[in-house]
Ligand binder design. Structure first.
Ligand SMILES: [Zn+2]
Length: 269
């Protein structure tokens, strides 16, 4: 089996995780910029992180034969300080020409605050001006439905942004329909404790179809499973999906979305 991990926070993972992923068939990994688990104290902290994502981590992944791509932003959890966010957003353009940068992400909302909305709009504007793909984080639990609607409104309001070039991640049963109906791609994050299990993800695929969707593990510094995507493939196989259908979900779909960036090279098995 081959698969793409379209949303993995690899700077948080060990080399053993890289070995396990490659052994399970991972053919490429894509890493959105994320909260570090604590707030960075200055734009310089983000500059260093962007260097890590565009220079160091691709080299670390390459040691295991794994192509590594990334997305840049200041994440919604640190977007409350709009002045800091402005300084960080100004840092991003100098990194956009790096060979592994696919776009702007994971942007979005965390608590659906006014300041987060402002910073979301700043990122959307940057992506539109620079013709970048967009990867969106949606809020947790009770904030998810409202936040997803707000995000869709912001992206739809900017006529330069094409929905088919945006993926809205962490969808659940009550948000996936909204996202797909609005023309966006939908990402399902497979977490052992929150977000979505493999069984729920395959249920959603059965209800909404297998187009414009991908599954990811997120595999960050919290409780998460780097092999969640191949485990979901196993769940699909249990339900009688053949190899071709599984390949479409875990390899061809993410490859199709990311190939909208000329920098993404579809891995050759
Ligand atoms: Zn993430």
């Amino acid at each position: 089996m081959r698969y793409i991990e379209p949303h993995g926070h690899m700077v948080s993972r060990t080399t053993d995780d890289y070995i396990d992923m490659v052994t399970a068939g991972c053919a490429a990994v894509c890493e959105p910029a994320f909260w570090a688990g604590f707030d960075r104290s200055s734009p310089q902290g983000f500059f260093d992180y962007f260097c890590q994502l565009t220079e160091h981590e691709p080299k670390r992944a390459a040691k295991f034969g794994l192509p590594h791509y990334t997305w840049l932003c200041i994440n919604p959890k640190e977007s409350e300080d709009v002045n800091l966010a402005e300084e960080v957003v100004d840092l991003i353009p100098q990194f956009l020409d790096k060979p592994n940068v696919l776009g702007i992400g994971e942007i979005g909302l965390n608590k659906n605050s006014r300041n987060e909305m402002k910073v979301l709009e700043m990122h959307a504007d940057l992506a539109a001006r620079q013709d970048q793909l967009i990867l969106v984080h949606t809020p947790h639990l009770e904030d998810k439905l409202k936040g997803t609607k707000l995000i869709i409104d912001v992206l739809k309001a900017d006529k330069r942004i094409k929905p088919e070039r945006c993926i809205i991640d962490h969808v659940e049963e009550h948000t996936i329909g909204l996202v797909l109906d609005a023309g966006f791609w939908a990402g399902m994050t497979l977490y052992p404790e929150s977000k979505c299990t493999a069984a729920r993800a395959i249920d959603m695929i059965e209800c909404y179809g297998g187009e414009r969707v991908w599954m990811n593990s997120a595999c960050d510094w919290g409780v998460s499973v780097p092999l969640a995507v191949p485990y979901a493939a196993l769940e699909a196989r249990r339900r009688g999906y053949n190899s071709e259908r599984i390949d479409q979900l875990v390899f061809k779909n993410p490859a199709q979305f990311m190939s909208q960036s000329s920098k993404f090279k579809v891995p050759v098995a």
